[in-house]
Design a protein around this ligand. Structure first.
Ligand SMILES: NC(=O)c1ccc[n+]([C@@H]2O[C@H](COP(=O)([O-])OP(=O)(O)OC[C@H]3O[C@@H](n4cnc5c(N)ncnc54)[C@H](OP(=O)(O)O)[C@@H]3O)[C@@H](O)[C@H]2O)c1
Length: 309
């Protein structure tokens, strides 16, 4: 726990900034439950996978390759584990992952869309779409909509967004520049992909209304992980390393909010919300725009429909 964590108070549900993934699952048995988690090999995903298994869950952990997922699975104990490849910038890999889950017959109690990339310094693309938007949003959209048949009737979708959604362009999503040709800034496009995560969860929650299923998005906090690799140089890395223990969340603290939303019984009552520090929070105003959320869904479906078979 950092100095800052120790000073922060708890939220209404008794959890808060300094709560860890182990804290929010203390006393829970997740035996018999199955969670699919993207990005299980690093940072928040690795810790989330470890704690879900510690509580007895079966985790379907995905990484860019099956070997990476399997290697990550070998670092944790308890529960059980199925490694799968899911390269979120490769439509074929996502389709194969969906097919493998369906063929397994597993029913998913929650899907955690955790994987992500941040602030790429130069414009990169997948299928003509800016790479952060594709990886963080479109890839997860494909995976999750492909897996809805495998989600239990009270299944949860948990989408890891970021407070950096605040750096999205004016209006939230610039639909005329999804490829970045009309101008590219790493942070703006990261923010756009992260506001898309919130809008996607919101529209999915609207579609789930009247069922037992839920969809929520979250900001995990600011945590030193591999996420910053494209923006850090040796000097900033060193400074980050010095300051981190005092001002940043630890990885166990950073994994808490997504673990709470996926696994805690009390979280079943929330849908279409944005969480931070394990409690509901307020995102940027256009992240709550239902019309924008619907439009993003439609435009994403159109992108997916155009992908090569
Ligand atoms: N750390 C923070 O301060 C912070 C703050 C706000 C939000 N978040 C969000 O938290 C989530 C987890 O990030 P983290 O901090 O744990 O970062 P991380 O340690 O870099 O982990 C990111 C994970 O995403 C995977 N990934 C990246 N691109 C992928 C792709 N194309 N296909 C499949 N997997 C891919 C990575 O795989 P490889 O290892 O193979 O690259 C890794 O497993 C992200 O969505 C991030 O935006 C983090």
């Amino acid at each position: 726990m950092s100095l800052y964590s120790a000073l922060k108070s708890k939220g209404p549900n008794g959890f808060g900034y300094g709560s860890t993934a182990e804290d929010v699952t203390a006393g829970l048995s997740l035996a018999g439950k199955t969670f699919l988690l993207t990005g299980c090999n690093s940072g928040l995903g690795l810790e989330t996978m470890r704690v879900l298994r510690l509580r007895g869950a079966h985790v379907v952990g995905t990484a860019r390759t099956e070997a990476k997922a399997a290697e990550a699975g070998n670092t944790a104990a308890g529960g059980s584990f199925t490694p799968l490849a899911c390269e979120l910038a490769d439509a074929g890999s996502i389709r194969a992952c969906v097919a493998a889950v369906k063929a397994s017959g597993l029913r998913l109690d929650a899907i955690l869309a955790n994987a992500g990339i941040m602030a790429l310094p130069k414009l990169e693309k997948a299928y003509g779409v800016e790479l952060q938007f594709f990886t963080n949003h479109v890839g997860h959209f494909m995976l999750i909509t492909g897996l809805l048949d495998a989600l239990t009737d009270d299944g949860r979708v948990v989408v890891t967004s970021s407070g950096a959604h605040g750096s999205a362009p004016r209006g939230g999503i610039d639909f005329h520049n999804l490829g970045g040709e009309r101008g590219y800034r790493g942070w703006t496009f990261y923010g756009q992909s992260k506001i898309a995560n919130i809008l996607f969860a919101k529209e999915l929650a609207r579609r789930f209304a009247g069922t037992g299923r839920t969809a929520n998005a979250l900001h995990p906090g600011v945590i030193q992980t591999n996420l910053g690799r494209s923006m850090l140089n040796p000097v900033t890395s060193f400074l980050f390393g010095l300051a981190g223990p005092f001002v940043l969340k630890s990885i166990p603290e950073g994994a808490a909010t997504q673990t709470y939303l996926a696994a805690h019984p009390d979280a079943a009552k929330w849908s279409g919300e944005y969480f931070a520090d394990c409690n509901p929070a307020r995102p940027r105003r256009d992240a709550t725009n239902a019309e924008l959320a619907r439009r993003l869904w439609d435009e994403t479906e159109a992108i997916v429909a155009d992908l090569p078979a």
